[in-house]
Design a protein around this ligand. Structure first.
Ligand SMILES: Nc1ncnc2c1ncn2[C@@H]1O[C@H](COP(=O)(O)OP(=O)(O)OP(=O)(O)O)[C@@H](O)[C@H]1O
Ligand SMILES: [Mg+2]
Length: 611
């Protein structure tokens, strides 16, 4: 099924709105029709000087199905001029009514389309947030952003086309076609022959439009990627004098977008002339055929004229449907791309409700754990066996790329082990509810992530909004900030804790951002704390203070500290040395200095900050 219809069904669930929209469409069309009909009597009055009552009586005398009731005839003005005024007022009233109905029809259908698309956008966003990290990282975030924003907008155009054009046109065209059949069935049959031919042509064009739209959306994704990456890395672009290269990239992708758009435009522009030509050929053939019949006297000329004019009307009503089909084909591309996202499995989606993990109090265990990133063939961590007792502080050291971050990411299930198990208090974390697991863990990642918002909001990002009163909440935020040594610099900001941060905290220094991230981790009151080089950019003096505070904070909590600095490592109860995806040694600083050659090297070179 065309994925467009999958989403359209969601729209058609709003039956009441659809019914109202239809009603208003009919009133609007009816108002126009009645207005036209009244023009006849008006002309007659002006030309022959008869009054409205005479006309009504004449009409009734002709014995039509409906007649003007006598009480109404009695009310009609005797003077022809007054009659014209009455009719004009009537037309004015009908026009206003028709205009209002037209407005309501447009408003309802467009609101319906917009509401449905807003819902779809929400649904897709919610789905993407719950996708496994791996999926989003490997496909690249831009792909998802582009689809949520750009594709949804494209889909909306299809919805609007469908709801605003289709129904009235089909109704009108259908009625005209029936009339044609009544007048001359044989002639009208030709439509049945021509219909499929037109259908095939429109289908071909539609496919072009669909492919072109898909290509264009894909290329626009590239455009978005280059643009956002450049804006985020503008500093690097400028100092590396990479402007020309970036502009070149943008130019190339921009050309692809243009080519695909032109492809779509061409197909769209070809549709009306093709429909027109086929129609004219049909009518011409009909005329030749009919002239034979008329000459043979098997067909009366008036019937022929009536049938052909009805067919013409049907054609005129159906013609906009060709562009409607194009719109639907164009929307099929974004619909397909959105549906593809919704088909991706969410993380931890087993279908069954998992039990919650009780607060950690015994141990964290890695049991023969290996992990290989998708699209690579070398494991990033391999056969890791490591047991950490509750309350223990373990430092993880090793050269770049040895797998420290990967190993730490397995604990909050940001990554799922390729083999082996991770156990907390003896329970395999793959079998518990994801939220209950992550709620117990605070992780400060290598890249600090801040959001647009106030400093206080950023620190409180990890806790539920339901915290009792504002005052108490603020006190806790300030306490966490103090421990992270952030309070001092926050108070110097223009609005203190209420200062708005720029996107990704760009208005703060690297060390300041790290302090906020640590404050956020502390405020969550975790059972397990993971710090991945959380203090790498903080000056030595402040780091010493933060380390002291963390030491106190870690009482009764399990901590995994990844560090390149000796000062952090010293804080730990045990040091684990990793190299090339494996654990190569563990012990205390003194033990390792005596036994592990890699550790000696690391202390000499990497772990060199002051003690
Ligand atoms: N998303 C990814 N896709 C593929 N390979 C990855 C990905 N992330 C990391 N790797 C690879 O996995 C290995 C381990 O990376 P990891 O980030 O765990 O190292 P690390 O010990 O934290 O290094 P550093 O000290 O530089 O932070 C590296 O060889 C890296 O190239
Ligand atoms: Mg790392």
């Amino acid at each position: 099924m065309n994925p467009f219809w999958h989403f359209t069904r969601k729209m058609f669930r709003r039956r009441a709105t659809i019914a109202w929209a239809l009603l208003f469409a009919m009133i609007s069309a009816g108002g126009l029709g009645v207005g036209l009909v009244t023009l006849g009597p008006m002309l007659k009055m002006i030309l022959s000087g008869e009054n409205l009552a005479d006309l009504a009586n004449q009409f009734n005398a002709q014995g039509h199905v409906i007649s003007v009731p006598p009480w109404l005839v009695a009310l009609l003005p005797a003077d022809p001029f007054d009659g014209i005024v009455v009719l004009m007022t009537g037309i004015l009233f009908l026009t206003i009514l028709g205009g209002f109905a037209n407005f309501m029809h447009k408003y309802l259908t467009q609101a319906l389309a917009a509401t449905t698309v807003a819902k779809i956008r929400q649904e897709v966003f919610c789905h993407v947030i719950h996708l496994p990290l791996e999926t989003v990282v490997t496909r690249g975030p831009t792909e998802f952003v582009a689809r949520i924003v750009r594709d949804a907008a494209e889909l909306q155009r299809g919805f609007i086309a469908l709801t605003s054009k289709s129904v009235t046109q089909i109704l009108k065209g259908g009625a005209a076609l029936i009339a044609a059949f009544v007048f001359q069935p044989l002639l009208s049959l030709t439509v049945i022959v021509v219909g499929p031919i037109l259908g095939i042509i429109l289908r071909k064009l539609g496919k072009r439009i669909r492919r072109g739209t898909r290509g264009s959306l894909q290329a626009q994704e590239g455009l978005l990627r280059v643009a956002t990456e450049t804006m985020h890395g503008l500093r690097a672009v400028k100092v590396n004098t990479g402007e020309r290269r970036i502009i070149g990239w943008f130019h190339r992708i921009n050309k692809v977008v243009l080519r695909q758009e032109l492809r779509v435009r061409t197909a769209r522009a070809m549709t009306p002339p093709i429909v027109e030509i086929v129609s004219v050929i049909t009518v011409g053939a009909l005329a030749i055929f009919a002239s034979r019949l008329i000459l043979n006297q098997t067909l009366s000329p008036e019937r022929f004229v009536l049938a052909v004019s009805s067919l013409g009307m049907a054609l005129a009503s159906f013609r906009p449907l060709a562009s409607l089909l194009n719109d639907i084909q164009a929307s099929a591309a974004p619909a397909g791309r959105l549906a593809a996202i919704l088909d991706l499995p969410r993380e931890g989606s087993t279908g069954i409700r998992l039990k919650g993990l009780p607060r950690h109090r015994v141990s964290v265990e890695f049991e023969e754990v290996s992990y290989t990133y998708p699209q690579t063939n070398r494991p990033a961590v391999k056969s890791i066996c490591l047991t950490i007792k509750s309350g223990e502080r373990v430092a993880l050291v090793g050269p770049n790329g040895s797998g420290k971050t990967t190993l730490a990411s397995l604990l909050p299930r940001l990554l799922e082990p390729s083999s082996g198990r991770v156990l907390i208090d003896g329970i395999d974390i793959a079998t518990v509810d994801l939220r209950s697991l992550r709620r117990q863990i605070s992780m400060v990642t290598q890249e600090t992530v801040l959001f647009r918002g106030t400093v206080a909001d950023n620190i409180a990002f990890g806790i539920e909004k339901s915290t009792p009163d504002r005052h108490e909440r603020m006190n806790r935020i300030i306490d966490a900030a103090r421990r992270a040594h952030a309070d001092e610099f926050i108070r110097k900001l223009p609005n203190g804790y209420d200062t708005d941060l720029a996107e990704q905290g760009a208005s703060l220094s690297g060390g300041e951002r790290q302090r906020l991230a640590i404050a956020r981790a502390i405020l969550r009151d975790p059972a397990i704390l993971i710090l991945d080089e959380a203090t790498s950019q903080i000056d030595a003096e402040s780091e010493a203070h933060i380390n002291a505070a963390l030491k106190e904070f870690c009482q009764g909590r399990t901590a995994l500290l990844i560090a390149h600095r000796l000062s952090t490592v010293h804080n730990a109860d045990r040091i684990v040395v990793m190299d090339d995806a494996r654990i190569v040694a563990q012990g205390t600083h003194e033990q390792l200095l005596g036994s592990c050659e890699l550790y000696q090297r690391l202390t000499r070179t990497q772990l060199m900050a002051p003690m």
